[in-house]
Write a protein that binds this ligand. Structure first.
Ligand SMILES: NC(=O)c1ccc[n+]([C@@H]2O[C@H](COP(=O)([O-])OP(=O)(O)OC[C@H]3O[C@@H](n4cnc5c(N)ncnc54)[C@H](OP(=O)(O)O)[C@@H]3O)[C@@H](O)[C@H]2O)c1
Length: 267
C-alpha cells in the first residue's frame, strides 16, 4: 500500500535520544531514506522493526560548531541530489536558572544548539527542500510561547527560532517549502539530564513532576504534522493552547499562574 512515508528522504536532528530516536524508530518501518544526525550518531542502532528497504545514514554533527555543520551538509548534499522531503529540526538542549544568575556563556551555548546550528543546517538544506517542495518540522516547546520563569535562555532560544521559521514560511511559500512548529509539553526524555545549569555545567536533573508524554506519542504527532499542509503553530494539549491564548487575552493572570506553578524552579 502506498504510504506518505514510502520513498521519502527524511533528515532527523537529535536522532540519538528521546523524541528524535522515537522518530527514527517510527519512520524506519517504512521503505524510506533517513539521515540520522547527532553528536553520538555512531551509537544509533538499527531499530528492530526496521523495514528491509529502509536506509539509515548516520551523520555525526555538533550543532554548536559551524565547521561540523558544514561537514554534515557536505555529506547530506552528496546523498540528497533528488531533494529533501522532511527535515525534523528536533535537536535541542534546555538550560535552567534564574535570569539574574544565568551566565552569558549559557545563553551562547543554548542559542548555538537551539538557534544558530539549526538555522545553518536549514539554510544549507534549502536547495534540497525546494527541489522536493519539502517541509521543516521543528520540535519546539510550550516554553517558547511565553518567557517561562527559570528558563530565560531556553525560552528565548526557542521563541527566536519560531520567528525565523515563520519568516521562512512566508518567504518560501511560492517555492513550496513549508514550516511547522510543534510546541511539545513535558516528555520523558534525557533533556533535563543533558541540559545546562546557570554556570554551563551539565544539569543532570530528574524528570519533571508532571504528567509526561512519551517520546513515541510526540513522534507520532510530529509525523502527522509533516503531512498537514495547513499546520503552522501546533500545540499538543491544553498546556500549549492555554499559553498561546492567555498571552494575548490575560497576560497578567498567565504570569500569576506561571509564578505559582514554577515557583520552585526559580527559587
Ligand atoms: N523532553 C521534553 O520535556 C521536551 C519538551 C518540549 C520540547 N522538547 C524539545 O524536544 C527536542 C528533543 O529533545 P528530547 O526531549 O528528545 O531530549 P534528549 O533526549 O536530550 O535529546 C536531545 C537530542 O539533541 C541532540 N543534541 C543535543 N545537543 C546537540 C548538539 N550540540 N549537536 C547535535 N545534536 C545535539 C542529542 O544528541 P547528541 O547528544 O548525541 O548530540 C539528542 O539526540 C528538543 O529540541 C527539546 O527542546 C522536549
Amino acid at each position: 500500500m502506498k504510504d506518505f512515508w514510502n520513498n521519502r528522504v527524511v533528515v532527523i536532528t537529535g536522532a540519538s535520544s528521546g523524541i528524535g530516536l522515537a522518530l527514527l524508530e517510527n519512520l524506519s518501518r517504512y521503505p524510506c531514506e533517513i539521515f540520522a544526525l547527532a553528536r553520538r550518531a555512531n551509537d544509533i542502532e538499527d531499530p528492530p522493526s526496521k523495514h528491509p528497504a529502509c536506509k539509515i545514514i548516520r551523520i555525526g554533527v555538533d550543532l554548536q560548531d559551524t565547521s561540523s555543520v558544514l561537514d554534515a551538509l557536505a555529506i547530506l548534499h552528496s546523498h540528497t541530489s533528488g531533494g529533501v522531503d522532511v527535515l525534523f529540526n528536533n535537536a535541542g538542549i534546555t538550560a535552567h536558572g534564574r535570569f539574574d544568575e544565568l551566565s552569558l556563556e549559557v545563553y551562547r551555548k543554548t542559542f548555538a544548539t537551539n538557534f544558530f546550528g539549526p538555522i545553518q543546517l536549514i539554510q544549507g538544506l534549502l536547495g534540497g527542500l525546494k527541489k522536493a517542495k519539502g517541509v521543516v518540522v521543528t520540535t519546539s516547546t510550550v516554553s517558547a510561547l511565553y518567557g517561562v520563569p527559570g528558563r530565560a535562555a531556553y525560552s528565548s532560544s526557542k521563541s527566536a527560532l519560531h520567528a525565523a521559521m515563520e519568516s521562512m514560511r512566508i518567504e518560501l511559500k511560492e517555492e513550496g517549502v513549508r514550516s511547522s512548529l510543534v510546541c511539545v509539553p513535558y516528555t520523558e526524555t534525557n533533556l533535563r539530564k543533558s541540559g545546562l545549569d546557570v554556570k554551563g555545567n551539565v544539569l543532570d536533573e530528574g524528570q519533571a513532576k508532571a504528567k509526561l508524554k512519551t517520546p513515541k506519542e510526540v513522534a507520532f504527532l510530529l509525523m502527522k504534522v509533516a503531512k498537514d499542509k495547513e499546520a503552522r503553530l501546533v500545540t499538543f494539549d491544553f498546556s500549549g493552547s492555554f499559553m498561546k491564548w492567555m498571552r494575548n487575552l490575560a497576560p497578567g493572570i498567565l504570569e500569576k499562574i506561571l509564578y505559582k506553578k514554577l515557583y520552585h524552579d526559580f527559587h
